[in-house]
Design a protein around this ligand. Structure first.
Ligand code: BDP
Length: 694
């Protein structure tokens, strides 16, 4: 169905002239002899897409031809001096230079000649390069762009491009908003590996190259995934992803030696424990020779970890790293470590401080094959947070950024919230770690501190709903994540437009409307939920719907401190938790200063009276009232915009999205009323426009 195909619709191309040109250019595909399995998958994808879009079955041959064709080959060049810029590569290729360096994941795609002599040449740095080149070509076809004169060279900017599944073997998905797991059902791996394959295609089509397939909270059965009991099945899944250039990882349970290994401890410095992990690694690599490694959540939210033995996180991570090292495996160690049973006794208990306080003292102690995975913000995937101060603070430690494509705190795929603009702000944020120009994107691509491994991971938003993501428009987040981390210079609008064309076709009114809706959606969601960066105010545990004080008097460390006079968290150096000091200057001073702190983060950093004047010229309290009225109205506007597309989008998807948008509009009013009434009663300050009635 159109729901299921997501952005790989391969809709028939009605424009005859264009279809004829494509058919001529792609009717014959010359594939060089020594192809890889990944390249074969790519060629099969191309063939399938040509059938679907053009109604032709390309002739695939290994003979060089004199008539018009597409030539696909893997570049085998001496590793000569890197040509560097993309431009340089195509030009060198044009001149027929064999010694040009092509990234193993990169490709060039060049059109030349006319009529019968017309030729399209796709060269990949490896099978993966060909795969990405084919998907690039297919994007051009689906958005009806001519191939004549084409000259592209491209390669990914970030090395590790990873998806984290939070799937449990019982079939549930932690923070899953689109049905059950596609990997597991009833305590075992699914037999429906076709769906897993289609997922691999979707991920590969946007350049993803790694996946961890089980929840970071590892329960009893999943603890055994790394044993001979489960490895043959894990290997089957790994094989599917391998065909699409995606390396498989597993989340592990730090206490596995104790729980399943018959060892009396999981102390990382204990010899028996260390040997147990080495044996486990040997076993894994027997089944999966290219296994990626372990993803680890330790000492966090009741998960076991090295703290239980008086060891630190470098001890824990290095032990695992040592076991994986002989096989080339990586340890991806999460920094989401904080005390979830706290009371706010003194400044040092600020949850926002936790990751930095735990990890920066360990800089330089991690082995080469350890990467620290850091959530984009210091709290937990809120609609608005500052960037985590850990980025750039550990110059001798490999770092991976973690985003959440799943909309846990941003409407749970019932509300539309296109997150690419938020992620882009994070990547463009200048940490000043090495002075101006030390953006987060230079940390994730490894260039700032010359890291051996680095990249970006995200929590997936898919499940077994027909359309994968619950809300069809939430597909744009998975697509957008892949595209943005391939190249952080792509624009949010550009990615939205690509996705819309591939997903809904090229009707200009559809493209314009859907793109506008996507681009408005994050600001709209922010405006009717928690204000000015303070976060939370959400129903505890389920994290859907407003509950202003839901977390206020609990132990999770997530507060707004609203009283009759004002609100916000004082994180300044002089009077607050001192969190602002974790940033490099000038960010530290910027956030620390009540005058300079950006409005959208004001309540994250400062406690202010309701009458505090924002840079926008409004008081905090009036800002809250206004944004909530406007936000609810704008949410209703999204439904109107979509309704205007009736008849231009197939009925199934039209109805699906319309239903969600209607729910969102209704629910936004609920947020508006709960928040506005709460602050009206707390503060007693009337709304300028008299909209709130007691
Ligand atoms: C929080 C989720 C929780 C996850 C945790 C994590 O609510 O379900 O286990 O993050 O990232 O956002 O480990």
């Amino acid at each position: 169905s159109t729901l299921y195909k997501a952005w790989l619709q391969y809709a028939p191309i009605e424009d005859r002239e264009l279809a004829a040109a494509y058919s001529r250019q792609l009717g014959t595909i010359v594939v060089d002899q020594q192809q890889s399995r990944v390249a074969n998958a790519a060629v099969q994808e191309l063939k399938h897409a040509c059938q679907s879009m053009l109604g032709i079955v390309p002739n695939i041959t290994s003979e060089a031809l004199n008539s018009s064709h597409l030539e696909v080959r893997i570049h085998v060049g001496a590793a000569a001096a890197a040509e560097g810029a993309a431009e340089g590569i195509t030009e060198a290729m044009d001149r027929g230079r064999a010694d040009t360096q092509l990234d193993p994941e990169g490709f060039t795609l060049v059109h030349s000649g006319q009529g019968q002599q017309e030729k399209l040449v796709l060269i990949g740095g490896s099978g993966k390069g060909i795969l990405y080149g084919v998907f690039h070509l297919l994007r051009l076809l689906a958005s009806h762009q001519p191939l004549t004169g084409l000259k592209v060279a491209d390669q990914p900017v970030n090395r590790l491009r990873m998806i984290n599944q939070w799937d449990n073997v019982d079939g549930t998905v932690e923070r899953g908003y689109s049905g059950q797991s596609i990997f597991y059902e009833n305590g075992r791996f699914t037999d429906n590996l076709e769906r897993v394959r289609d997922y691999a295609r979707l991920l590969a089509s946007v350049g993803m190259n790694a996946i961890s397939i089980n929840n970071v909270n590892v329960h009893e059965i999943e603890t055994r995934f790394i044993t001979a009991e489960y490895l043959p099945t894990v290997a089957k899944v790994a094989d599917i992803f391998r065909e699409y250039g995606i390396t498989l990882y597993l989340s592990i349970n730090f206490a596995a030696p104790l729980h399943i290994g018959g060892v009396s401890t999981s102390d990382p410095l204990n010899e028996e424990v260390r040997q147990w992990w080495k044996d486990a690694a040997d076993e894994i690599y027997d089944h999966i020779p290219d296994f990626g490694g372990f993803l680890v959540k330790a000492d966090s939210e009741h998960r076991p970890g090295p703290f239980a033995y008086g060891r630190d996180h470098a001890d824990g991570a290095n032990m695992l790293a040592e076991a994986l090292e002989p096989h080339g495996g990586l340890v991806i160690w999460r920094c989401f470590v904080y005390n979830c049973m706290q009371d706010w006794r003194d400044r040092s208990t600020d949850r926002a401080r936790a990751a930095y306080d735990h990890f920066t003292p360990l800089d330089g102690r991690f082995k080469d094959n350890v990467l620290l995975q850091i959530k984009n913000g210091p709290m937990d995937f809120q609609v608005r947070e500052p960037v985590s101060p850990l980025f750039g603070s550990m110059k001798e430690t490999n770092q991976v950024l973690e985003f959440q494509v799943a909309q846990e705190y941003t409407g749970q795929q019932r509300h539309v919230c296109y997150l690419v603009p938020q992620w882009k702000e994070v990547l463009d944020f200048d940490t000043y770690a090495d002075g101006a120009g030390s953006e987060v994107k230079k940390i994730t691509n490894g260039s700032l501190h010359g890291m051996k491994y680095s990249g970006i991971a995200a929590v997936s938003n898919i499940g077994n709903d027909e359309n994968w993501t619950g809300h069809t428009l939430a597909q744009a987040n998975l697509y957008g994540f892949g595209r943005l981390i391939w190249n952080p210079e792509l624009s949010s609008e550009g990615i939205a437009e690509e996705w819309t064309r591939l997903t809904f076709g090229n009707d200009e009114s559809v493209v314009k409307t859907v793109c506008r809706m996507l681009m408005q959606s994050w600001p709209i969601y922010e405006s009717y939920t928690s204000p000015l960066g303070v976060g939370w105010m959400i129903t505890p545990h389920t994290h859907y719907g407003p509950d202003v004080d839901g977390y206020e008097y609990s132990r999770w460390g997530t507060y707004h401190f609203a009283d009759r006079d004002g609100m916000g968290v004082d994180r300044t150096m002089a009077t607050g938790t001192g969190y602002t000091a974790q940033y490099f200057e000038p960010n530290a001073a910027l956030y620390d200063s009540l005058e300079d702190c950006p409005d959208e983060l004001l309540l994250f950093f400062h406690h202010v009276p309701y009458s505090h004047m924002l840079k926008s010229g409004k008081t905090v309290i009036q800002h809250i009232y206004d944004t909530h009225f406007e936000g609810a109205e704008a949410a209703a506007g999204l439904l109107d915009a979509w309704t205007s597309l009736e008849g231009k989008v197939d009925p199934e998807r039209f109805a699906q999205v319309a239903q969600r948008l209607a729910d969102q509009a209704e629910h936004a009013k609920h947020w508006r009323d709960v928040i506005n009434t709460y602050f009206y009663r707390k503060s007693g300050v009337p709304d300028d426009s008299g909209r709130i009635i007691y």
